[in-house]
Design a protein around this ligand. Structure first.
Ligand code: GTP
Ligand code: MG
Length: 348
């Protein structure tokens, strides 16, 4: 990183400027690495490593976050509100969320021209991109391994009106040049996709770095979860790339409206159903079922939409329930404490 980084080149926006008091004396900085107990940040005069403890550990900072730091410590003072956030339900837990990346402009939804290519998974990633306020681009890697990528490109393009789909050989700099327009100064791009599809390979080629990649297993063409953490990489063009580990279970949480954005065809049809809460099962006057009967909508697409909707509802309910449980626990602790205090005060 150079020392003449302007805030803009780090990804600063008026949205962040509006949150700070210019006289506070703290320095705005971008989080580009998160480790257990410490973070690394970039600011206009260089970089700093900051230990997280006590209050600062509770700020729940993730890669891409903007924070205010006291460089004398250095100490983390505040985390600024995010313009968008990628998160998932942490695997195997009640309702915990795992933060993936914040303040991302573009999401490269990475899949490869082989058995990884899966329409349902791509729709899931698109919903996640919409929810995080990031512009999705489908990147099909391993285009060099098939005779024709046309089928993959056509299937990708059909997922959403105007969706951009690029097919590349992720190892080849001139092939990935089609992705460079999204990587301009101050732009932040995150990569999401299954293990082994070539996310780290893309980062290496675009950023000209050398992060670990792994040969895909011969038998099933899937990788072995080579990348385990999240980190931001600086591009020559001035943009930032956020590599993420392939995620086995990318469950939706609290995504509601974003699903309607991705399945806009179904949402538009549903608006014409006779009943506002039509489930598109057996109700009379259902415009969605009519479109299926007339061959204008694929019944499988409706099924995938409903599956994602119920998953989102299930996970979001879990979180709401947990919050209310936490609140009542908090009240109980307070009541016990105040009783203890009263008891102490009463003692002679
Ligand atoms: N032929 C070919 N091989 C590729 C391409 N992209 C990636 N690979 C290979 O696929 C393997 C897996 O690539 P990675 O970049 O490690 O995959 P990843 O998505 O980062 O995987 P995780 O870190 O496990 O999530 C490596 O051996 C790459 O060289 C491509 O476009 N063409
Ligand atoms: Mg990787």
């Amino acid at each position: 990183m150079t020392s003449d980084d302007s805030l803009q080149s780090l990804g600063w926006r008026p949205f962040f400027q509006s949150q700070i008091d210019v006289d506070c004396g703290w320095t705005p900085a971008r989080v580009h690495n998160v480790h257990r107990g410490r973070i690394q940040v970039a600011h206009t005069d260089g970089e700093a490593t900051i230990a997280l403890s006590g209050k600062s550990a509770l700020l729940d900072v993730t890669v891409g976050d903007w924070v205010l730091v006291d460089l004398d410590g250095p100490q983390l003072k505040e985390r600024l509100d995010r313009s968008g956030l990628f998160q998932r339900k942490a695997a195997g837990t009640g309702g915990d969320r795992q933060l993936i990346a914040a303040n991302v402009d573009t999401l490269f939804v990475v899949t490869s021209a082989n058995r990884d290519f899966n329409v349902a998974r791509l729709e899931r990633y698109l919903a996640i991109a919409h929810d995080a306020g990031a512009y999705p681009v489908i990147v099909i890697t391993k285009a060099d391994t098939v005779d024709s990528v046309e089928e993959f490109i056509a299937a990708g393009t059909q997922l959403s009106p105007g969706l951009l789909v690029e097919a590349v050989d992720a190892r080849n700099a001139s092939s990935v040049a089609v992705l460079r327009p999204w990587c301009a100064v101050g732009q932040t791009v995150a990569l999401l996709g299954s293990s082994g599809v070539g996310k780290s390979t893309l980062v290496n080629t675009l950023a000209n770095v050398d992060i670990a990649t792994q040969s895909a297993r011969e038998d099933d063409q899937r990788g072995r979860h080579t990348t385990t953490g999240r980190s931001m990489h600086r591009l020559q063009e001035g943009g930032w790339l956020i590599d993420t580990p392939g995620m086995r279970e990318l469950q939706l949480v609290d995504i509601g409206q974003a699903l309607d954005d991705v399945f806009v065809d179904i949402a538009n049809l549903a608006a014409r159903c006779r009943f506002a809460d039509c489930s598109h099962a057996a109700e009379p006057g259902c415009a969605v079922r009519l479109a299926i009967e007339q061959g204008e909508l694929d019944a499988d697409r409706l099924r995938r939409f409903q599956k994602l909707q119920s998953e989102d509802k299930r996970n979001s309910e879990t979180i709401a329930e947990r919050r209310s449980r936490d609140r009542s626990l908090g009240k109980m602790y307070k009541a016990v404490l105040s009783e203890k205090r009263q008891h102490k005060d009463r003692k002679p």
